[in-house]
Design a protein around this ligand. Structure first.
Ligand code: AMP
Length: 303
């Protein structure tokens, strides 16, 4: 089954201890949809400016990504500039230029409004809500956000959270949103805002999933070379939702498997700048790494 995603399609300027690149392809919806497209069809809703190269549109169109919801308007494409120190888990935002997103009114094409899976990627929560209002009966709604929106549009974000099934954020954002340093306490407070399942991304330390009284902890795939963590969270979400939509299994077992596929996808993405690694990736590599991660985490319990 296909997934509808709304989020940013962007130019990023990124500096890590290992290199620096300006105006490269980025954006939450770009990483999400490319990652999810390995598992299922994706319908993308976003906006770009007239400076956005056709080459990037052609790349997205070459995947299982329907671009009828990608509009091009006059003005400049969203631009994010960020920097990482040796602690690659924490991005430092240097500049955010909303540009064409400032006046964007997402209009969901008629054919998309019956989507079963909806992902509200990191973007202005008011736009997330506008999309949510246009989708009739989604089976699963998942959502991401970031510190920028938690501090600038908290009320709008809380309204979105009341209508979300799965909320996916990183640990810094979980602490900021809940006002709790401890992640278990933070999770309890955030789940009370609405979502049934909360997934907290912890960079190289993996992922924690909270759902009712159940907790699942998954490590990240241990990599020797991490080059650029930008997009890891969106790539995780893409693999996670892509797998869920592919299997249709939203039981706890299905969610746990999807978390491992999400982690595998994120581990590839951080091996290169922008979407370069995802562009070279094939499904056989995904399966191989999935099996490796499974065997790395397997242990025989005490009888
Ligand atoms: P992450 O997966 O968290 O590393 O997301 C990185 C992507 O988020 C980058 O490619 C940025 O273009 C995008 N991004 C950064 N800030 C924002 C924002 N305020 N709204 C929407 N997208 C953003």
């Amino acid at each position: 089954m296909s997934i509808l995603v709304v989020g940013s399609v962007a130019f990023d300027s990124v500096e890590t201890p290992f290199g620096k690149e300006d105006n490269i392809l980025g954006g939450s919806a770009t990483y999400f949809s490319t990652s999810a497209s390995f598992f299922t069809d994706v319908q993308l809703v976003a906006v770009v400016g007239e400076d956005f190269p056709q080459e990037h549109v052609d790349f997205l169109g070459s995947r299982n990504i329907d671009l009828r919801g990608l509009s091009r308007v006059s003005g400049k494409t969203f631009h994010w500039k960020g920097k990482y120190g040796y602690d690659l888990n924490e991005a430092q935002t240097l500049e955010t230029h909303l540009n064409v997103f400032a006046d964007f009114k997402p209009r969901i094409p008629e054919e998309y409004s019956s989507a079963d899976y909806l992902f509200l990627a990191n973007i202005d929560p008011e736009l997330q809500m506008e999309v949510l209002n246009q989708v009739t009966t989604p089976r699963i709604v998942a959502c991401d956000t970031m510190n920028f929106w938690i501090s600038s549009k908290r009320n709008a974000l809380e309204k979105v959270l009341e209508r979300v099934d799965i909320f996916i954020i990183n640990e810094g954002e979980a602490r900021q949103l809940s006002g709790e340093a401890n992640l278990v306490k933070a999770a309890r407070k955030i789940l009370a805002m609405g979502a049934k399942t909360l997934i907290i991304k912890r960079g190289e330390y993996g992922v924690l999933m909270f759902s009712g009284s159940s907790i699942f902890a998954a490590p990240a795939y241990p990599l020797e070379e991490v080059f650029d963590p930008t997009g890891a969270g969106d790539t995780f979400a893409g693999g996670f939702m892509g797998y869920l939509a592919n299997t249709g299994d939203a039981s706890e077992k299905g969610i746990r498997q999807a978390i491992i596929f999400g982690s595998v996808m994120a581990s590839f993405n951080v091996e290169d700048f922008s979407l370069n690694r995802l562009k070279r990736l094939n499904y056989k590599e995904i399966e191989e790494r999935y099996r490796e991660l499974k065997s790395m985490t397997h242990f025989i319990g005490i009888p």
